[in-house]
Write a protein that binds this ligand. Structure first.
Ligand SMILES: [Fe+2]
Length: 390
């Protein structure tokens, strides 16, 4: 099977990473065999010989969840969504069947090392999107729960089930609202905001639905800055809906929608990083980026040299090398301290920029944002060129 040909930008390759498929050049030469670790020297040699673009063929065979299992989950999701749309109820049988589907997926994940995930991305309509999105969020939540390492198998199953069912409340909303392509107005937003409550109430009528599932459905739109649907205090909420909320955002960003194209995994990871202390807490995002990021982005980094980042200390820095053990702690040159007032940045440039490996920093600095605002970036870059730092 030939599979999907995936392009790799050599600038985003980092030392110590390995690929599960061989990397090949434009002409089909094998540049890096599978499972061989990259070094900085090797990356430079590859660049000199083959330029900046390489490829690999993803034939889907390394993904840990077989595609037939994903299809079963998708079909079950379709049945459940239809049942709710028609009757505004869900049967006990449907929940038990959903549970069985999720147990099979969780078993696939626990039996092997997780090398790659092939998420369902064949989206032709809103309905297709919601069936596939449910499966994807269930899978991502299970993987993330496993990576966190403190949950038992039963908890992981219920987190996955919560992810799988998180948006079932949407099936009780007006179809025209769900399929609307333009921007939502205030009334639309208010209607949309009812879906966690509707989903929760539907599930609550069934005895024996685990509290993890109920909490996940009810609170998956709560956010760190309290700008979620209910504005509840983030720190008092359980972790389960936060895991699901984060996985929900990643899958939504990387899915094609009628009003925008799909965002590349590397850019979606950047958006997730930029949600630190805005939408979710640092610890949770750190796990997503460091543990799920390499599986989703095929071991490539999602930032590159000379990207400008913001640190937790209200400082700006130029990225000089990748964080090897923690992607949020790269080698950087810190060049200014800033104050933010609204969208405005007031920057004070350091006389002597500080070159530092954040993984060794006694002050525990870490990245909380990669600057992607074009105007801000341009004015910072201009200053850095003047100071000969770029
Ligand atoms: Fe939702």
């Amino acid at each position: 099977m030939l599979g999907k040909k995936i392009k790799i930008d050599v600038d985003y390759l980092r030392p110590n990473s390995t690929f599960i498929y061989p990397l090949i050049s434009e002409d089909g030469d094998i540049v890096l065999p599978p499972r061989v670790a990259l070094t900085a020297e090797k990356i430079n040699a590859i660049k000199a010989r083959y330029g900046n673009i390489l490829y690999y063929n993803d034939n889907g065979q390394m993904a840990v969840i077989p595609s037939f299992r994903m299809q079963i989950a998708r079909n079950k999701s379709k049945e459940i969504m239809h049942e709710i749309a028609q009757s505004h109820k869900i049967s006990k049988v449907a929940i038990h069947e959903a549970e069985k589907v999720i147990i099979d997926i969780v078993n696939d994940l626990t039996s092997t090392e997780i090398l790659a995930l092939n998420l369902l991305k064949d989206l032709k309509s809103y309905e297709e999107y919601i069936y596939n999105h449910s499966v994807n969020v269930g899978i991502l939540s299970a993987v993330m729960a496993r990576m966190i390492g403190t949950f038992n198998k039963d908890e992981i199953k219920n987190i996955a089930l919560g992810g799988y069912l998180h948006d079932i409340g949407q099936m009780q909303l007006d179809k025209n609202l769900l399929e609307k392509e333009g921007k939502y107005n205030i009334t639309d937003i208010q209607k949309m905001k009812r879906h966690p409550q509707l989903g929760y109430e539907t599930l609550k009528k069934i005895k024996d639905v685990h509290p993890i599932v109920l909490q996940s459905v009810l609170f998956h739109h709560e956010r760190y800055n309290n700008n979620g649907y209910y504005g509840l205090p983030y720190e008092n909420l359980p972790i389960y809906p936060k895991i699901i909320g984060l996985c929900d955002i990643y899958d939504a960003l990387t899915s094609k929608r009628p009003f925008r194209s799909a965002i590349e995994p590397s850019n979606a990871l950047k958006a997730i990083l930029n949600a630190i202390n805005q939408q979710f807490d640092y610890q949770l995002i750190n796990i997503f980026i460091n543990k799920l990021g390499p599986i989703l982005n095929n071991t490539q980094a999602f930032y590159t040299h000379n990207d400008i980042c913001e640190l937790n200390t209200q400082e700006l820095a130029i990225i000089k090398d990748f964080g090897i053990n923690d992607m949020l702690k790269p080698k950087v040159i810190i060049f200014c301290k800033f104050q933010r007032t609204g969208e405005q940045l007031l920057a004070r440039f350091y006389e002597k920029p500080l070159e530092i490996d954040l993984s060794q920093d006694p002050d525990n600095r870490y990245m909380i944002k990669i600057i992607n605002n074009y105007k801000q970036l341009q004015s910072i870059q201009k200053k850095l060129e003047e100071k000969k730092l770029l």
